[in-house]
Design a protein around this ligand. Structure first.
Ligand SMILES: NC(=O)C1=CN([C@@H]2O[C@H](COP(=O)(O)OP(=O)(O)OC[C@H]3O[C@@H](n4cnc5c(N)ncnc54)[C@H](OP(=O)(O)O)[C@@H]3O)[C@@H](O)[C@H]2O)C=CC1
Ligand SMILES: CC(=O)N[C@@H](CCC(=O)OP(=O)(O)O)C(=O)O
Length: 352
């Protein structure tokens, strides 16, 4: 059994890890931390885990994390990088759900996250946790910076149009003018109390935010450049808050080049993702819904070309807490420990 520790067990991604890992046949949850709820039984805080998790929250200091095989950080940015060195030295693999190990350019990290990076050497060896793009590197990694929730939807939605493996090296789209119109449920903002996610503020309401610049923009651009193998990427990314709890819906707009107008995109996407257990390319003309992936690690994509014109519209849905966070974390854990990638992740979405 793989002994797993979770730092930040009272947050939404932490408890989602608990939900998934208690159903994982090869994982034993060794420790789960909370500074504010230390001593409290997990099942008392989250009654749906009663009979499944027989642990109490402990402080990170009391959690004996160095005795684990792997530790997840489901914590705010900056926490994982303060503890990664000690854990790696003890032979523990580190998976961070925050952004400490995502951006390779330290100046960019400092600019967007407003803090110094405390371990550039670990950042240099860290692998970006997006298995469909980076599977081989994740298998060998000691430390994984899991892809962000919006970035997962946007990168997987665009990868077949940019990857030379799929395009045969042809330029199919104008990569410098991509638009991502993305919407998230309120659980994306975490469990901490905030006025903007109060029911009276967020329900029966819809708004954009971060239009001037959102911290996921540099992460997505870094990823798209790596997928494309060139630097000519320009993205307008506009996130929105929607009155739902779970789910991300990204609508992606790209302009086709002359060469790109001759391509069958349904076939291109189906081929690119044919062996991917968690990416479902929907039949032509589909409109995927966030609730069709709610609680599952699936990501669904539909491709449209309105009026057979020069704009391709790609619709992508995922559950921000599963494929956008904790499910992706378990997928990476499986890869890092040589287990089947789908182990513990076969949940069907909730119906209705
Ligand atoms: N929500 C989402 O959809 C997604 C979130 N993420 C990322 O995952 C991380 C966690 O997000 P989320 O679960 O939403 O956050 P929450 O705010 O819901 O939970 C944060 C957790 O971290 C703990 N914590 C806070 N500060 C510290 C600290 N200094 N040291 C140790 N533990 C700490 C908190 O418990 P306590 O204070 O009691 O210790 C709490 O359990 C964030 O970095 C977020 O960006 C990634 C993808 C999607
Ligand atoms: C609705 C909402 O507030 N969403 C968050 C993104 C979710 C998140 O925590 O981002 P990571 O995937 O980078 O960890 C935001 O816009 O900052």
């Amino acid at each position: 059994m793989i002994k797993v520790g979770i730092v930040g067990g009272t947050g939404y991604t932490g408890v989602e890890l608990l939900r998934l890992l208690t159903q994982h046949p090869e994982v034993k949850i060794q420790a789960i931390t909370s500074r504010t709820e230390a001593g409290m039984s997990v099942a008392d805080m989250f009654p749906s885990l009663r009979g499944r998790v027989d642990l109490k929250f402990t402080t990170p200091e009391d959690a004996k994390l160095t005795e684990c095989d792997a530790v997840f950080f489901a914590t705010p940015h900056g926490v994982a990088m303060s503890q990664a060195k000690e854990l790696l030295a003890a032979g523990v693999k580190v998976l961070d759900l925050a952004a400490d190990f995502r951006l390779k350019d330290i100046a960019e990290f400092q600019k967007w996250y407003g803090m110094e990076h405390s371990c550039p050497d670990i950042l240099a060896e860290a692998v970006y946790g997006l298995p469909e793009i980076n599977r081989d590197a994740i298998q060998k990694a000691r430390v994984v910076g899991l892809a962000g929730c919006y970035p997962t939807s946007v990168q997987l939605g665009l990868a077949p149009l940019l990857s030379p493996k799929a395009t045969g090296g042809k330029q199919l789209i104008d990569g410098e003018h991509i638009i991502s119109d993305s919407k998230s449920g309120t659980s994306g903002a975490g469990r901490k109390a905030e006025i903007g996610t109060l029911m009276a503020e967020a329900s029966d309401n819809f708004k954009a935010y971060g239009v001037k610049g959102h911290r996921h923009l540099p992460e997505i651009v870094q990823g798209l450049k790596a997928i494309a193998g060139h630097e000519q990427i320009g993205l307008t990314f506009v996130p929105h808050l929607t009155p739902m709890i779970r789910g991300i819906h990204s609508t992606l707009y790209v302009r086709l080049t002359e060469a790109g107008k001759a391509v069958d995109y349904q076939k291109l996407y189906e081929n690119f993702y044919k062996d991917e257990p968690f990416v479902d390319v929907m039949p032509a003309g589909s409109h995927p819904e966030t609730r069709s992936v709610r609680g599952s690690n699936g990501l669904r994509i539909a491709i449209h070309r309105p009026g057979n014109g020069d704009t391709l519209v790609i619709l992508v849905v995922e559950d921000n807490l599963v494929k956008g966070a904790s499910g992706q974390g378990v997928q990476c854990l499986n890869l890092m420990f040589g287990l089947p990638e789908t182990m513990g992740l076969t949940q069907i979405a909730l119906l209705p």
